[in-house]
Design a protein around this ligand. Structure first.
Ligand SMILES: [Fe+2]
Length: 257
């Protein structure tokens, strides 16, 4: 009887142990921890610089058709999904030849182009520039944009150009005069002054020591579907979507440098 009782207890203990083992396998610590969320590298960080390890296409911060007062949905889709994506892809392909350079930010690559190996210098200039330019471009537009400038940038524009109308006129003129493909910018120059400037191709003002506050893309791919050869009309309508809040943020960031 005693032996029978001992066997029963052993059986129960073994059964309980097996049950515990099964439960622990089904609810192992790994299973209880939620799957890690993969955070994208700083692709369009508001404060940080763009990662080149690898460079990533940032999502548009609004729908393709959200800026229709200035730019049509099809242009936005092609511009972001094809053109910007190609700059990102080409930059990453170039940097696979020089993996040590992937540790630099996109901005750092552009600030010191002369330090890059000649074999990839122009490719990086064009494609890191294209990536940075377009990332800024999407951010400084908004469906809720347009109207008069606000905040500190409004005062700075008035002081530098006399009025917003004067500034806009000069900016549009510079954008219209930019021969071929390029960009027109409002920058903070190394002396801390506001300045209108243009760059060819995908060059970014940081390569020449200027901090871009606001930029408009005057490549034909930015406007041709809707405006054809009427670049001036595109330049004029573009002010309907300028995100002054973001321009102010960039102005503050530039002032802190
Ligand atoms: Fe573009």
């Amino acid at each position: 009887m005693k032996n029978h009782l001992t066997r029963s207890i052993r059986f129960l203990v073994a059964g309980a142990a097996l049950l515990l083992l099964l439960i622990s396998c089904q609810t192992s610590p790994q299973a209880q921890i939620p799957a890690p969320t993969i955070q994208p590298t700083a692709v369009a960080s508001s404060e940080g610089e763009l990662s080149a390890n690898p460079a990533q296409l940032p999502p548009l911060p609004y729908d393709y058709g959200a800026l229709a007062t200035a730019i049509d949905a099809e242009t936005m889709k092609l511009h972001h999904d094809r053109h910007h994506a190609a700059y990102v892809e080409n930059l990453n392909a170039a940097l696979t030849q020089q993996p040590n350079l992937q540790n630099r930010s996109v901005e750092a690559l552009l600030r010191d182009l002369n330090s890059l190996p000649e074999a990839i210098r122009t490719t990086v200039q064009n494609n890191a520039g294209g990536h940075l330019n377009h990332t800024i471009f999407w951010q400084i537009m908004s469906p809720n944009g347009g109207g008069q400038p606000t905040g500190e940038i409004a005062q700075a524009i008035n002081q530098s150009f006399g009025s917003f109308d004067n500034f806009r006129k000069q900016f549009n003129q510079a954008g219209g005069d930019r021969f071929g493909s390029g960009w027109v910018w409002l920058v903070r120059n190394p002396q801390g002054q506001l300045q209108i400037t243009t760059t060819p191709n995908q060059d970014n003002p940081i390569t020449t020591g200027n901090f871009p506050l606001l930029g408009n893309d005057v490549w034909e791919h930015a406007y041709y579907l809707r405006y054809q050869n009427r670049r001036a009309e595109y330049l004029s309508n573009w002010w309907n979507v300028v995100n002054w809040q973001e321009v102010n943020r960039r102005w503050q960031r530039a002032s802190q440098r």
